[in-house]
Design a protein around this ligand. Structure first.
Ligand SMILES: NC(=O)C1=CN([C@@H]2O[C@H](COP(=O)(O)OP(=O)(O)OC[C@H]3O[C@@H](n4cnc5c(N)ncnc54)[C@H](O)[C@@H]3O)[C@@H](O)[C@H]2O)C=CC1
Ligand SMILES: O=C([O-])CC(=O)C(=O)O
Length: 333
């Protein structure tokens, strides 16, 4: 069997981590033959809860889990890690937008970027889940200059899963029969869920989602609206933000980064923009990507309608505003 790798989950005493830790430790991300040392990082007031999580992980009797390292010190939490799930941050409450969390959360990602820079492996793969995820990922990478920017990403996979699920339900097919639905831009209510490249398997044949559905008004209206507002809908129902589905999406994101995407299939990830699709450079923007040998590549030359371009511009503008706000928060500290 392979040597164990070290994987950190921050916010380890929180609600997303409660599902996420189990999925990772079961081997659902790094494989059933990859032993793990799990680092659990949280803040001092949560030490008692963290102890309970450690007890439960032990009681799960998981064959791949070689060791658990609970800590409140980022320099211990990030030491020699190969993969980092940055979940720990304040969640929003009903009536808030995710960017309302910016001033509270962005400082966390500065400290964690600095710690990753000092002690993580230089090829560490960093997935930022804590909101506002795109801008937090940008900040984290900026404070970790010795780690390549390509190694930082933000999670829009939950939006992709939501969007794919809406399409599968509408067409009455299993979720595995839907692919290549794209999330563009910010993990916020300005994101652009785009089914125009989507494919669906019907009667053993892959067809375009648009043709199979024949309902453009839905794809440019209710579909987009439902996905953009799904996080808020879950908060309104649960009085807490999505957790089980967020944990599953974090696993999907890291799984595909680690293992690659199948030929012809792409997934959406928030990554540093190179200006593709008229997006602003140097913000973390969600694009369709293909992944090979643990390296993502933006899928280029997809056709974007003028309707789509307007949506892309809107979410791009918000990301630039968030970036400026984050810089001014960090400057004033
Ligand atoms: N990108 C996405 O699709 C999604 C993002 N989220 C975001 O994920 C974040 C976590 O959500 P939940 O687990 O529901 O929140 P939670 O409040 O249940 O848990 C957050 C945990 O993070 C810890 N924490 C706070 N500051 C920390 C620090 N500096 N270092 C380490 N740990 C720290 C807290 O003590 C707490 O245990 C929120 O910002 C939420 O908005 C949630 C769902 C989806
Ligand atoms: O909506 C929230 O605040 C949590 C989140 O990011 C999501 O569920 O997509």
């Amino acid at each position: 069997m392979a040597e164990p790798i070290r994987v950190v989950v921050t916010g380890a005493a929180g609600q997303i981590a409660y599902s996420l830790l189990y999925m990772i430790a079961r081997g659902e991300v790094f494989g059933k033959d990859q032993p793990l040392i799990l680092h659990l990082l949280d803040i001092p007031p949560m030490v008692g809860v963290l102890e309970g999580v450690v007890m439960e992980l032990s009681d799960c009797a998981l064959p791949l889990l070689r060791k658990v390292v609970p800590t409140t010190d980022p320099l211990v939490g990030f030491k020699d890690v190969s993969a980092a799930f940055l979940v720990g941050a304040m969640p929003r409450k009903e009536g808030m937008e995710r960017k309302d969390l910016l001033s509270a959360n962005v400082k966390i990602f500065k400290v964690q970027g600095e710690a990753l820079d000092k002690v993580a492996k230089k090829d560490v793969k960093v997935l930022v889940v804590g909101n506002p995820a795109n801008t937090n990922a940008l900040v984290c990478a900026n404070y970790a200059p010795s780690i390549p920017r390509e190694n930082f990403s933000a999670m829009t996979r939950l939006d992709q899963n939501r969007a794919s699920s809406q399409i599968a339900n509408k067409l009455g097919v299993p979720i595995t029969h839907v692919s290549n639905i794209i999330i563009w831009g910010n993990h916020s209510s300005t994101q652009y869920p785009d089914a125009s490249q989507g494919k669906v398997l019907i009667n053993n044949e892959w067809k375009s989602v648009a043709d199979a559905l024949g309902d453009n008004a839905y794809l440019e209206g209710q579909f987009i609206d439902t996905v953009q507002k799904r996080g808020a809908a879950v908060i309104a129902a649960r009085k807490m933000s999505s957790a089980m589905s967020a944990a599953k999406a974090a696993c999907d994101h890291m799984h595909d980064w680690w293992n690659g995407t199948a030929p012809g299939k792409f997934v959406s990830m928030g990554v540093f923009s190179d200006g593709s699709y008229n997006s602003p450079k140097d913000v973390v923007f969600s694009f369709p990507v293909e992944i090979k040998n643990k390296q993502w590549k933006i899928v280029e030359n997809l056709s974007v309608s003028s309707f789509g371009q307007t949506k892309l511009d809107l979410t791009a503008k918000e990301l630039q505003e968030e970036k400026n706000e984050a810089l001014s928060v960090l400057d004033s500290n």
